[in-house]
Ligand binder design. Structure first.
Ligand SMILES: NC(=O)c1ccc[n+]([C@@H]2O[C@H](COP(=O)([O-])OP(=O)(O)OC[C@H]3O[C@@H](n4cnc5c(N)ncnc54)[C@H](O)[C@@H]3O)[C@@H](O)[C@H]2O)c1
Length: 350
């Protein structure tokens, strides 16, 4: 198995490290448009082969990881799929649903693997959370609150929504087993008016009756990666920055009380134990890359395939339209691609 990696920046270099350790991978071949990145990787990973161009890379691999900036994802993925190369595209799959849909169709027609780097779907704590929700241990998922905040890194070709929110949307989609029906979004560019650096998303999942609120920011003094799930029976908190106890389950809840007298409390409260399941640490990116290699080998559909990537892109497109128009956007009622073209997210072109 020969795996290529295009884009050797912050995240691509992590893929190089991980893929170089996989016993199923015989050859890792890399390419970056920036020669200095190639030099850095050659010095750190002497066994990795270098390709002088994307074309040369595609000619010498079975699978390709695309870890370039989001505006180039669709073009590179199209080239790879057209040559029958299996593809793992970093999030977001594309910056427009037309492109994402085309990639899904190309992969299906060529019977090649198309996977998206929704890394949190491979995080053992998120998988444990999803499993306990599926076993009904939290009851109905009423509400999800997700925060992904830190200072920077401002991206060169997308705003904070397209950079950070793919993680939150993919986590909520994965734990509810569905995708949002409507989206509202507020946000603003504080440092540069044309680039949203702080945004709030409200996602309605009609199928499960869940409402999710997502706060993403490049302009916060705190680094926060926390997701709270409020179920009808129990509540859970996933804190990706906790040293241990990344997942905690609270046996707490509220139920309407029988009110017979004017001074009766309208609710009864349950305060129970807090439980932190033991979850052995495994690097999510390692699990993700292993899964990619396995999907190529077996032909099995990936956990985070092209359709999951398309769902997230459509939601982000709806959020961008909502941000521009100040209205709620229902995903089933408008032609998102057209609306998105009329209200494109303002991209920074440096
Ligand atoms: N899954 C995750 O948790 C996670 C985390 C961080 C970043 N990412 C994603 O990874 C991708 C890369 O992010 P980053 O922070 O590493 O960016 P980066 O800017 O550090 O690196 C991008 C690299 O791609 C190269 N590049 C750009 N266009 C190219 C082209 N056409 N051909 C060859 N090389 C090209 C650039 O020279 C640069 O070295 C983004 O899509 C980002 O959203 C995912």
């Amino acid at each position: 198995m020969r795996i290529g990696i295009v884009g050797l920046g912050y995240w691509g270099s992590k893929h190089v490290r991980v893929l170089s350790t996989l016993s199923d991978v015989d050859d890792v071949v890399v390419h970056d448009a920036n020669a200095s990145r190639m030099e850095v990787i050659a010095a750190a990973f002497p066994s990795v082969r270098q390709a002088p161009s994307l074309e040369a890379l595609l000619a010498s691999v079975d699978g390709l990881v695309i870890a370039t900036q989001p505006s180039s994802h669709a073009t590179i993925a199209r080239e790879a799929l057209a040559r029958g190369v299996h593809v793992l595209v970093e999030k977001p799959l594309a910056l427009a649903s037309d492109d994402a849909r085309q990639l899904v169709a190309m992969a299906a027609a060529a019977r090649t693997t198309l996977m998206v780097g929704h890394t949190f779907a491979y995080n053992p704590a998120v998988r444990a959370l999803r499993d306990l929700i599926r076993r009904g241990e939290l009851g109905d998922v009423l509400h999800v609150d997700s925060e992904r905040l830190n200072l920077g890194l401002y991206q060169s070709d997308c705003d904070v929504l397209w950079d950070l929110a793919p993680h939150d949307i993919s986590i909520v989609n994965s734990i509810t087993g569905t995708s949002p029906t409507s989206v509202r979004c507020w946000g603003r560019g504080h440092i540069d008016r044309s680039v949203t650096d702080n945004a709030y998303l409200m996602l309605d999942y009609e199928e499960t009756g869940t409402q999710a609120v997502v706060h993403v920011s490049w302009l916060s003094p705190h680094r926060v990666r926390r997701l709270t799930v409020v179920g009808s029976q129990r509540m859970a908190v996933f804190d990706d920055l906790a040293n241990d106890e990344r997942l905690r389950v609270f046996d707490k809840g509220v139920t309407p009380a029988e009110v017979t007298q004017a001074h009766d409390q309208p609710m009864t409260y349950r305060y129970g134990d807090i439980h932190a399941p033991y979850i052995p640490f495994q690097e999510p990116l390692l699990l993700e890359d292993q899964h990619f290699v396995e999907c190529i080998r077996t032909g099995n559909p990936p956990l985070t395939g092209g359709e999951a990537g398309l769902d997230v892109v459509r939601t982000l497109e709806a959020a961008s339209v909502s941000l521009q128009t100040g209205t709620e956007v229902r995903l089933d009622e408008i032609n998102l691609a057209d609306a998105h073209r009329a209200h494109p997210p303002v991209l920074v072109l440096r």
